[in-house]
Design a protein around this ligand. Structure first.
Ligand code: ASP
Ligand code: MG
Length: 261
């Protein structure tokens, strides 16, 4: 297969990395995309229930843990995933490099546990991407201007993926999920629920606000501000190009880099 595209961001959530074996499966997806794209950036969440487990661990030590220290602890969940994913790719003979949020230049406000991304300066990633190495970034975390480790709020890895795609001018972000895309109702409660092929940013935002937890709603707003297309698809059926939901506006106003308010 010939490489015809330049840059893509792939996002894998906690459900797609809930066991050690899962890293090998998602490595296959990444290697498939690497045949199509020169630059592949992968954003990954903490394994399964790791974040919940770390929160309860903290509360066993201190019922009211300092927020700065909670961020320090929770950011570890995603670090475990990035290192294991790089190892899974190495086991398949492909070199990949993992980076924390701060190493990747994700600059945030200093609001611990709910920081907003104010800028992305991915200098350290660029040479590796130019060399066509797979770059793996820890979702959900960044560094404030004061140099503190921050987290973006629960589910925040999606927003990391979108912010990096904007900074690196990626063609789109693909979110690999345990569902086939975005549905009118929760497909786990109603098997008849209709799957949307396309949605505008506003429609996707409204669905997220009604409680669907498919994407972090902040990532939809951030993508809209920068006209970045998003695609939600299944990590089991990723080869089926017709299956999935694309979020974009029909009127494309082009890239104008802005981050969160
Ligand atoms: N691991 C974090 C959480 O569970 C971030 C994420 O999954 O996006 O909230
Ligand atoms: Mg998670």
């Amino acid at each position: 297969m010939e490489i015809t595209n330049n840059c893509i961001v792939l996002k894998f959530g906690g459900a797609s990395v809930s066991s050690p074996e899962a890293f090998s499966s998602i490595a296959d997806i990444i290697l498939h995309r690497k045949k199509m794209y020169k630059k592949v950036i992968v954003v990954v969440s903490a394994m399964g229930d790791t974040t919940d487990e770390l929160i309860s661990l903290a509360h066993k030590v201190n019922p009211n843990p300092p927020r700065r220290e909670l961020d320090m602890l929770l950011s570890v969940g995603e670090r475990i995933s990035i290192a294991l994913l790089a190892m899974a790719l190495a086991a398949k003979g492909t070199e990949a490099l993992s980076f924390t949020g701060s190493q990747s230049g994700i600059i945030t406000t200093n609001d611990h546990a709910n920081a907003k991304i104010v800028n992305v300066k991915p200098h350290r990633l660029l040479p590796h991407l130019e060399n066509e190495k797979i770059v793996i970034v820890a979702g959900f975390q960044g560094m404030s201007l004061e140099g503190e480790i921050t987290t973006l709020g629960r589910g925040g890895s999606d927003t990391t993926a979108v912010a990096l795609a904007i900074a690196l001018k990626a063609e789109k972000v693909e979110f690999f999920k345990d569902v086939f895309g975005i549905y009118e109702q929760d497909p786990k409660k109603n098997v008849q629920a209709r799957l949307f092929e396309t949605l505008s940013y506003q429609e996707a935002y409204d669905i997220m606000n009604k409680g669907a937890q498919v994407l972090h709603n902040r990532c939809v707003r951030l993508a809209e501000k920068n006209s970045l297309p998003l695609r939600v698809l299944s990590f089991e059926r990723y080869l089926d190009e017709k299956l999935g939901t694309t979020i974009q506006d029909t009127m494309n106003s082009g890239h104008n880099t802005t981050y969160e308010d």
